[in-house]
Design a protein around this ligand. Structure first.
Ligand SMILES: C[S@@+](CC[C@H](N)C(=O)[O-])C[C@H]1O[C@@H](n2cnc3c(N)ncnc32)[C@H](O)[C@@H]1O
Length: 417
């Protein structure tokens, strides 16, 4: 009997799927290595399978054993027959993942869903599962000098997706889904950055917590829409701002643009590679009022000591479990390490305590994370306040996940005396 040959598309899928489970590579970098011929197809199929594996397996009629895929190890996941079955149906055109866009608890590892239920109740957990199992919208941040209305007006007729002005960030534009925006003239001019609207809100909040705090909620999921989003203040103070965990600079670039070229943003990170990406992005955007500072792990305190109490605003956008951005990084939930999760609150408390020393008397400190675990949000806040009586609590809360990614942010003010 002749064994049927796998199609080139299926071979490309199998290669990518195996790579995801045989090395700690992220979906984006695995996808970037796919052949141009298959990239678009894989970029649609693979995230959908990662987002809603059980729901799609049932819709594809391939069947999964109870508890799958969460009871399989990495080697078994690399060979998971249901993923192949779903991909085959997608490639034949007989399964359109977007039609099955309701995710359920079974699409997430039980440990995650159990913690969501403990933290936010059964209904909260159900809503989080439904939201985090579908593709995320795409957010753009218009440069201050351009503004979101002009940007949306220019892009809307050129893009195949709904393009609207954000109701979460006064600089945001929301695209209904994936669109080829990087080749547009506005992108070539550096008129916008790709940045989630919730992430934009965190940069605004780090400068003006009293103004933007009312947009936050007491629990994740809810987004306070329907009220006017406050405009960016016209008068900007010439502040020294520290973005203490700057990464590739999503928030640094927003902060520097918000300061209108007047103040200065110091972008710290322990990853040289990310800071290089920040420098490239800043050059393209024409942003000059920032300085990237590479820190060595364990020696951050020396830099902090030199700049003690100098900054009017410090943002600590700390490493976290990333549960608020599970839609954008659907591979994270497939390899959650319980030990790494347990270490997160300790890392956050250490970084918040360390960088709080940079805040000038009367200045403000913002703690931010892209997660909604109580252990990494409210509990970190209480622990910081208990150990730092020289700070008082400001506004804080959650935004998303929903029309934007899920974030938590909390402001503190250093007492003046
Ligand atoms: C959530 S990410 C920051 C995302 C970034 N603010 C943005 O908007 O794109 C957390 C960052 O903290 C950095 N980090 C980890 N340990 C650090 C430390 N001790 N000091 C400063 N940054 C650190 C990581 O390299 C990572 O880039």
């Amino acid at each position: 009997m002749k064994i049927p040959q796998a199609s080139p598309k299926m071979l490309a899928f199998e290669g990518l799927w195996k790579e995801l489970f045989s090395s700690p590579v992220h979906l984006d970098s695995a996808l970037s290595k796919a052949s141009p011929k298959h990239k678009n197809l894989l970029a649609q199929a693979v995230p959908s399978i990662l987002l809603r594996p059980t729901t799609l397996a049932e819709c594809a009629g391939v069947g999964v054993a109870p508890g799958e895929p969460w009871n399989l190890d990495a080697a078994q996941l690399a060979e998971w027959p249901a993923a192949r079955g779903i991909a085959e149906r997608i490639f034949e055109g007989t399964l359109e993942p977007r039609r099955y866009s309701k995710a359920r608890a079974e699409d997430f590892p039980p440990a995650l869903h159990e913690e969501w239920t403990r933290d936010w109740g059964a209904e909260g957990a159900r809503q989080l599962a439904a939201t985090l199992g579908v593709e995320a919208p795409l957010g753009l941040r218009a440069k201050r000098a351009v503004g979101p209305a002009a940007l949306a007006k220019e892009l809307a007729p050129r893009l195949p997706v709904r393009t609207t002005v954000s109701d979460i960030s006064p600089l945001g534009v929301r695209l209904g889904g994936y669109a080829p925006i990087l080749g547009t003239e506005a992108a070539l001019r550096g008129d916008f950055e790709i940045q989630d609207e919730g992430s934009q809100l965190m940069a605004l909040f780090a400068l003006w917590p009293e103004l933007y705090g009312p947009l936050l909620s007491e629990a994740p999921g809810a987004v306070r829409v329907g009220q006017a989003v406050p405009e960016v203040p016209a008068q900007v103070p010439p502040w020294t701002v520290v973005d203490a965990c700057a990464g590739a600079g999503g928030k640094t670039l927003a902060l520097a643009d918000l300061l209108g070229g007047k103040g200065r943003v110091y972008a710290y990170d322990t990853s040289m590679r990310k800071l290089q990406a920040l420098r490239r992005r800043a050059k393209h955007a024409g942003i000059n009022n920032f300085q990237a500072v590479a820190l060595s792990v364990g020696q951050e305190a020396e830099t902090v000591r030199r700049f003690r109490r100098r900054a009017q605003a410090v943002l600590v956008d700390a490493p976290c479990s990333g549960w608020g951005i599970l839609r954008r990084n659907p591979d994270i939930k497939w390899r959650q390490d319980p030990d790494a999760l347990a270490r997160m609150p300790g890392i956050q408390k250490r970084l918040l305590g360390l960088y709080s020393d940079l805040v000038a008397p009367g200045g403000q400190l913002t703690f931010g994370v892209c997660t909604f675990r109580k252990a990494e949000t409210l509990e970190v806040v209480e622990s910081f306040l208990a150990e730092h009586p020289d700070f008082e609590r400001g506004p804080g809360g959650y935004v998303g996940p929903g029309p934007c990614d899920g974030f938590f942010m909390q402001a503190f003010r250093r007492k003046s005396g």
